[in-house]
Design a protein around this ligand. Sequence first.
Ligand code: ADP
Length: 615
Amino acid sequence: MTRMAVHTALGFLVVSLGLLIMLFRWRKVRMDLWSFLPISLSSIVMIIAFFAWYSASESVYARNKAYFEVTVSDVQDSLIDRYRLYENALRAGMGLFYASDVVERDEWISYVKALDVSNHLPGISGVGYIDYVLAQDMGRYTEWVRNDGLTDFKTYPDTFYPDKFIIRLIEPYADNKEAVGLDIGFEANRRAAAERARDLGVPALTKRIELVQDKQKQPGFLLLIPVYQDDEVPATLAERRSKFRGWVYAPFVGANFMEGLTDFGGNQVDVIVYDGSKVAEEAIIFDGALPENKSQAFDFSKTTQVRVAGRKWTLQWNVTKNFNPPANYNVATLLLVSGIIFSSFVYIILTQLLRRKEIIDEEVKEQTQVIKQQGRQSELLVQQLARSNEDLERFAYIASHDLQEPLRMVRSFTGLLEEQYADKLDDTAKKYIGFAYSSAGRMQELINDLLEYSRIGTDAERYEDMHLDDILDDVLENLQERIADTKAEITSGDLPEVHGNPVRMTRLLQNLVGNAIKYQPEDAHPKIRVSSEEKEDLWLISVSDNGIGIDEKYGQKIFEPFERLHGKSEYSGTGMGLAICKRIVEDFGGTIWIKSGEGLGEDKRGATFFFTIPK
Ligand code: ADP
């Protein structure tokens, strides 16, 4: 996944986006821009998450790869260091030869002992010396070696070369005795390396060989350092050849030489070392790659080349399961997973919201349809009602207006009749004329009230701010005669400033206070209180009395036109007073009602009228 190309991943993303949109299209034939919102927003979130994940993975990958390379180069450096260590150990051996013409076996034994090969140079099988002997000198040479303590010394194999490269000294002896007497010139690889060391005056490494003393026949090599008669490398090739004595050398088994090499890097990498510049099975010097150590998580690998004593080695590096880089993919994975979760959330929430919006839209549409229909119908109702109301009011107005004229005639003529024909009429006639006269008067009152009633709410009325205290003062002045007659006691609380028509307001209060004076037992002294109470958006005004009170069951009825609870002989009146009050109150947006049994009289006798005035 980490190294999946960006365009491949994007390709997948675009294809899945397309599929989702197709699905959308197929599911809903009608599409608006809104329906794209969830998929596009969640895709954007997804794409951002993907890029975050991708770049995080890339940087983790880059950091880990760099870590791998550093580890490889550290281990490789330690390989070179190890080689140098061996080379230096051998150079010390050269010193022995410069110190004396002949190095004897005992000297060599003590030198190698001092090196403590098995502890300090565990990669080499031993440290030895190879004599360079011309073919014609071989007899003498063998004799001399036998005299030096190796009584059964013999050289092998026989070659046709004019010069022989005979291993004379090698310690520790027991491990290497097969090598003693070997002419390493018998074989081309060894000979080539030995000659190169001699001719160039530098250490030389053989190609991959099998050591004669290694029973396991593992791949190995020889390191050869030339020794001349002078203690310096002679300047010319001719001199180097003529003054040449032999080689200090060490046989290596590849596996031993490399052993523990990768420990240095915590065994996070392993290596296969090939002799030469090719990666080929037959060139392997050392194979440190164990299949069971192969890393499952990483597959970093690298091929490098190093030059060791004139030979090129090719090293193939791989990560092991111990590979423990500093950066890991958790953050990247977390980014991706949380991105996927988040984008799913965005998708789900947005689709839910859109679905809800759709439902609401549909509901609104339906409701609007219903309301429109209802509206059309109620408009028609309302229109009809208004028309019939208007008709009624016009009728009431015209009727009361037009009736006034003939009534006035009836009253004035019955009046004239009584005055001017008094002497010609008997008492009965006078009595009848009296009835007719007062009836006409009463009818005038009724018609006046009716006229007033029908005018309320239809006349253009001026509204203004007024103090109810002032209105009450006017009312008391209008009623002063009756107040004086009945010795009525009228009190009031703090009355507010309100907005309305002062004439109507006066009429309203006058009717209520007037009734409170009127509806009293005989010879009683009326007690009346007008008070107010402030509510949130209205004023509550009450008029209480100590009068006869009202049975609650008539609470609605008394506000209807011409509805009375008493005969006119008991209490005079037209039955229009409260109807007018109700119309006035409702006209400025309030309500009016009555409560009995909470009056100012004994045992709370009396009526209380309440009405409201909106602020
Ligand atoms: P009316 O001209 O008869 O006073 P209203 O409409 O003013 O007509 O009153 C209707 C009826 O309500 C009255 O006949 C009376 O019975 C009753 N009423 C009005 N005010 C009071 C009151 N303060 N106490 C008792 N009854 C009342």
